[in-house]
Design a protein around this ligand. Structure first.
Ligand SMILES: NC(=O)c1ccc[n+]([C@@H]2O[C@H](COP(=O)([O-])OP(=O)(O)OC[C@H]3O[C@@H](n4cnc5c(N)ncnc54)[C@H](OP(=O)(O)O)[C@@H]3O)[C@@H](O)[C@H]2O)c1
Length: 288
């Protein structure tokens, strides 16, 4: 293994605060030493009632919000954080920058929309067309040095692109946000991220509801007295993956937090793993 990559590995890496305990107050500890909740709220398509929905989510117990300028939810999230009266330190905010263009300026623009002084996590949103992502990565590293982002990571990066980025820059991403569900995931990626201290954040963890009526999942969920959505969220948690389910409906928000009072037996985890067809809500998984 390349020496630069080896050094990055020694420096990076998340750890779980209480690895054996999956509880609402448990968290992951990122390379900066800051704590990340075990699950968060996705905010894509929450752009009609963003403030109300995000306030409801915070009041119910969500403490992490995943956004992007592409979702048009950043202003509403900033308003909701203020309206709900939470301390900034109590909320973990993730945003993203396009790998093309001036990514440092993009961080400033995101912060202006959010009306925050820093984000907890900033991601390079997608693999760039013309380089390994190092221009955007250098911008995020600068943002981190300047106190604008506490940790930095990537989004939708295949293994080879992560390796290339680390080879060129010497810094391992803290996280890789990927589409991730029993129907679409990658054991190879899970091993790679685990070995390299990269935390996987699961986007579209509920398959945008496209597979929530799957017979096997529904039957298994009923056996645990849970919904299909709760089973998929819990499956992520038990893999050490951070799910980011999005929900407009308050009952869905409530259900999605109610996943800490049961455990999927190992043989059922194996059965859920076996549902993998590299399914994607859009087409086929692009990283597996
Ligand atoms: N980085 C990227 O490029 C990227 C791409 C896609 C997504 N993401 C992130 O991942 C987040 C989640 O992904 P997603 O928005 O694509 O879809 P998702 O979270 O997989 O699914 C959302 C759908 O599931 C429904 N739902 C939520 N909770 C439910 C429950 N307990 N029971 C039944 N149905 C439930 C929602 O309904 P209601 O809304 O009606 O409640 C909505 O229709 C996004 O919001 C975004 O933050 C990132």
């Amino acid at each position: 293994m390349n020496a630069v990559v080896q050094q990055a590995l020694r420096q990076g890496g998340w750890r779980t605060s209480e690895p054996t305990l999956l509880a609402p107050e448990s968290c992951h500890v990122l390379p900066s030493g800051h704590r990340m909740p075990l699950l968060g709220l996705g905010t894509r398509e929450l752009n009609f009632h963003t403030v109300d929905t995000v306030c409801s989510a915070l009041e119910l117990g969500f403490r992490m919000l995943d956004t992007s300028p592409a979702y048009h939810t950043q202003r509403g999230i900033g308003d909701a954080i203020r309206a709900c009266g939470f301390e900034r330190n109590d909320i973990f905010v993730i945003t993203k920058v396009d790998p093309q263009g001036d990514s440092y300026a993009a961080i400033h623009k995101n912060l202006t929309q959010l009306r925050l002084e820093y984000v907890d996590l900033a991601l390079v949103h997608g693999v760039p067309r013309h380089d390994a992502g190092e221009m955007a990565w250098h911008a995020l590293r600068r943002a981190k040095r300047d106190g604008l982002a506490r940790d930095i990571g990537v989004d939708s990066f295949p293994i080879e692109n992560v390796e290339e980025l680390v080879y060129r820059t010497g810094e391992m991403p803290a996280v890789n946000q990927l589409e991730w569900s029993p129907f679409g995931h990658s054991p190879r990626m899970l091993d790679f991220c685990h070995d390299n201290g990269i935390l996987i954040l699961a986007r579209s963890p509920l398959t945008r509801a496209q597979r929530l009526n799957d017979d096997k999942v529904s039957t298994m969920a009923a056996r645990y007295g849970k919904t299909a959505a709760q089973l998929l969220i819990r499956w992520n948690l038990q893999h050490g993956v951070v799910p980011l389910p999005k929900a407009n409906h308050v009952q869905h928000l409530r259900d999605n937090l109610n996943v800490f009072d049961f455990e999927i037996a190992q043989h059922d985890v194996v059965r859920l793993n076996a549902l993998n067809q590299h399914f994607s809500v859009v087409d086929k998984l692009d990283y597996a």
